[in-house]
Design a protein around this ligand. Structure first.
Ligand SMILES: Cc1cc2nc3c(=O)[nH]c(=O)nc-3n(C[C@H](O)[C@H](O)[C@H](O)COP(=O)(O)OP(=O)(O)OC[C@H]3O[C@@H](n4cnc5c(N)ncnc54)[C@H](O)[C@@H]3O)c2cc1C
Length: 439
């Protein structure tokens, strides 16, 4: 049986909420936001203010972390649902920040006027203006924003899952593996230190090499650098997409004696022999590399559940300027799960959410959508323990810089801004919809 509840009866809806997970009931909201990461939190905060109580629902399953609370002899365990500020994981892997600094209780960021549905979308039903949840209940909407991010695809590299539990194999890309990166860097004594970039779209395309520059700097500080071969094996054909910053990075890898092999895609790890097998993308040849440590950036993929809304690559198909779905006009998307042809970053999300909120609000009010997204994205390329190149660019890979200085140069000011100021902006302004980034 399906019972639809009107948004105008909050008391009734609350009562039904109590039974919601046990019964096949359906709820209805003016706006449903699927995914409560960087993008979903920002958008749901904005629209909760615009539309008021009872009109916005956020569907977010959320990671559960266990915390221990002790009183004298008694220790009790409680579950905490957290949101992660993923850009901090470069600093965690480099031993600069504790992983706990990257997490906060998600409850702190969900607006009081917004209904948090702690579940995940199992199926998008755009022709019925509904989503089906993993408990088979359905949620109806007038408007939908899709922001469910991108997934790690560990199975694409043979042996990777098992190898991540063995010596010398690490990755900054997952909360469970990021702290091991710092151990690998510290434990490294000599030999090959390999850093990889996969053959799929990824979030933060600068992160695979940022951790390499930190490792290089650490090896120099601890007198291990002359015994280390640092190798960057990338599936791409260039060091970085935007030419201005690529030029600076090319000079850095040369100056620091880092070997760069382009069109090399990691396909297998053999921890027993400490070998990483790469496929040369141009010839198909398979080449083994011995490793003493290897930082793996896993292949990534759009969640399969996006299929009814997706383009041929599996990402939500939206207009690159308005962020409106190309087929379903009441659906918008942003962030890592969208097919916006820009680099997938939290900085891009900041700019995208400003455009999306203004355009969707105009669309709801039957006004023309005037804001156009330029593709603004940013990547703070950490190049040592006190320098950073702050790359900011648009769809055409042209610089779109915030500061009146040459941001293509390594700067200490940009390092501290990335380490301390940007996290403050993220926690206090972006996730609460008080900051829209640059656009
Ligand atoms: C190592 C690393 C370094 C990075 N460095 C930077 C940086 O320096 N600068 C920068 O700007 N960005 C950086 N990023 C990228 C940035 O973190 C992401 O681009 C950003 O978080 C994307 O936001 P999102 O909301 O699209 O996705 P996410 O924040 O990943 O959120 C997606 C949400 O959707 C939820 N979800 C998934 N499936 C479902 C479902 N079926 N139903 C409902 N909910 C679902 C998930 O639980 C999650 O909370 C980095 C990322 C990593 C991993």
């Amino acid at each position: 049986m399906v019972i639809t509840l009107s948004k105008s009866s909050p008391l009734l809806r609350k009562a039904y909420c109590a039974f919601h997970f046990a019964r096949n009931v359906s709820q209805s909201y003016k706006l449903v936001v699927a995914g409560g990461g960087t993008a979903g939190l920002s958008v749901s905060n904005c629209f909760s203010r615009i539309l008021g109580k009872g009109n916005v629902a956020l569907i977010e399953p959320k990671n559960v972390n266990f915390r221990y609370f002790s009183i004298i002899m008694f220790q009790t365990r409680f579950a905490l649902q957290v949101h992660y500020y993923q850009p901090l994981w470069t600093f965690v892997g480099g031993g600069i920040k504790d992983v706990k600094e990257s997490e906060r209780p998600i409850r702190n960021f969900i607006p009081p006027h917004c209904e948090w549905i702690q579940n995940s979308v199992k199926e998008f039903l755009p022709d019925e203006n509904a989503v089906k949840l993993s408990d088979n209940s359905t949620i109806n909407y007038e408007y939908l924003v899709v922001a469910i991010g991108i997934e790690m695809d560990l199975d694409r590299i043979k042996g990777l899952k098992e190898a991540l539990n063995t010596e010398g194999v690490c990755s900054n890309y997952m909360v469970d593996t990021v702290t091991k990166t710092w151990k690998c860097i510290q434990n490294f004594k000599e030999g090959n230190a390999i850093f990889t970039f996969p053959n799929t779209p990824i979030k933060c395309a600068g992160a695979p090499q940022k951790i390499m520059y930190l490792a290089d700097d650490y090896f120099r500080k601890t007198n291990k650098r002359d015994k280390a071969n640092i190798i960057y094996n990338s599936s791409l054909g260039v060091i970085f997409g935007a030419p201005k910053y690529a030029q600076s990075l090319n000079e850095i890898v040369k100056k620091r004696n880092i070997t760069v092999n382009y069109k090399h895609n990691l396909i297998e790890i053999k921890p027993q022999t400490k070998e990483a097998i790469f496929e040369k993308l141009e010839t198909g040849e398979k080449v083994p590399f011995k490793y003493d440590m290897i930082h793996v950036t896993p292949p990534q993929k759009p969640p399969a559940v996006l299929k009814p809304l997706a383009d041929s690559a599996g990402f939500v198909n939206v207009d690159k300027e308005t962020l409106q779905h190309t087929k379903y006009s009441n659906i918008f998307s942003l962030g890592d799960c969208s097919n916006l042809p820009t680099s997938k970053t939290a900085a891009a999300v900041a700019a995208e959410s400003g455009v999306l909120v203004e355009n969707l609000n105009a669309f709801m009010n039957k006004s023309p959508m005037k804001r156009k997204y330029t593709g603004y994205t940013s990547c703070p390329l950490i190049t040592s323990y006190n320098t950073c190149i702050l790359a900011e660019f648009d769809y055409n890979l042209q610089p779109l810089e915030t500061f009146p200085i040459d941001q293509g140069k390594e700067r200490t000011s940009m390092y501290y801004m990335t380490k301390d100021a940007i996290p403050f902006i993220y926690w206090n302004l972006l996730t609460r919809c008080l900051y829209y980034g640059v656009d």
